[in-house]
Ligand binder design. Structure first.
Ligand code: FES
Length: 295
């Protein structure tokens, strides 16, 4: 069976769904406060937090593997400098893997079915890797250098599988990428008429099309904002979302997973989306038409 066929089978493995659902419910019941969820999704960073955080354990464990492979002098009854460094890096990797995993689980709860199936195996692989590295850390502290190295190399193998599946989730299945960017590439060139300004309801977004691409037109008094209509998180239809006030500003709530975007500038107020919703340049022509184009 080819690698692509294995991945397809995993994406279609509906037998994983009950476990995914239990994990989702557990995550939703434990990580409840909106501010904490936003922080873990990466709203404050303008980028998903999980892939940025995993650099810490992966970097530490890669450095451990290099140190373990280098020739070293043995000192009876005490660690060499390289052993101390490898032990510290192993422990640092374990310590930083924990918050990385918490951020990943928070993202997991809003993934699609296919993404969750791959995500579950990705997460279990990484949990096993963390267990192996924890064992390696304990063995090193106990002076069992050989066992520490063996456990670390086993952990590296399993973590590599987890990283491969994480890469497939992002690049193959679009988890964590900004889905509204693709729409920008399909906008027609130049100023495009959308709607007569006088026909726009005040304070209520409406959906119009620029070529094949839906956009959200929002009027507040004399001001008009035009945003991409498909949510950056997973392409949810913002045109079907409720308008609420957040921080005193009118915002639209994505009907799929509840991301909140400020209507006047597309700023993301609450996740799971971590990036702002793109806003187009807009103007009102002399004959009263709202027009928009790429900024
Ligand atoms: S599609 Fe998930 S929050 Fe919009």
């Amino acid at each position: 069976m080819s690698e692509a066929q294995v991945l397809t089978k995993l994406e279609q493995a509906s037998g994983l769904d009950p476990a995914s659902e239990r994990v989702r419910q557990a995550v939703d019941s434990v990580i409840r406060p909106q501010r904490l969820r936003d922080a873990l999704h990466g709203v404050w960073l303008g980028h998903p937090l999980h892939p940025a955080m995993v650099q810490a354990p992966v970097g530490a464990w890669m450095a451990t593997a290099v140190l373990d492979a280098l020739p070293d002098r043995r000192f009876p009854g005490r660690m060499s400098g390289m052993e101390r460094a490898a032990t510290a890096l192993t422990g640092f990797g374990v310590a930083t893997a924990v918050p990385s995993a918490v951020a990943g689980w928070t993202d997991f709860s809003t993934l699609s079915r296919e993404q969750q199936r791959v995500g579950l195996v990705h997460a279990v692989s990484n949990l096993i890797a963390v267990g192996l590295y924890t064992g390696s850390f304990v063995a090193r502290l106990a002076g069992r250098r050989r066992a520490g190295k063996a456990l670390a190399y086993a952990g590296m193998g399993i973590a590599s599988l987890g990283a491969y599946l994480g890469g497939h989730m992002a690049y193959g299945l679009g988890a964590g990428v900004n889905h509204s960017i693709a729409d920008l590439r399909h906008l027609p060139d130049g100023w495009q008429p959308l709607v007569r300004f006088s026909e726009l309801p005040d304070g209520e977004p409406t959906v119009r099309r620029m070529g094949e691409v839906p956009v959200l037109v929002y009027r507040q008094g004399a001001e008009v904002t035009v945003l991409m209509e498909r949510c950056g998180h997973q392409s949810g239809p913002l045109g079907e979302g409720q308008v609420v006030r957040d921080g005193g500003d009118p915002c639209v709530v994505c009907p799929w997973h509840g991301s909140v975007f400020r209507l006047r500038d597309g700023a993301v107020m609450h996740g799971p989306a971590a990036t702002d919703q793109p806003v187009l340049a807009s103007r009102i022509s002399e004959d009263g038409l709202v027009e928009a184009r790429l900024p």
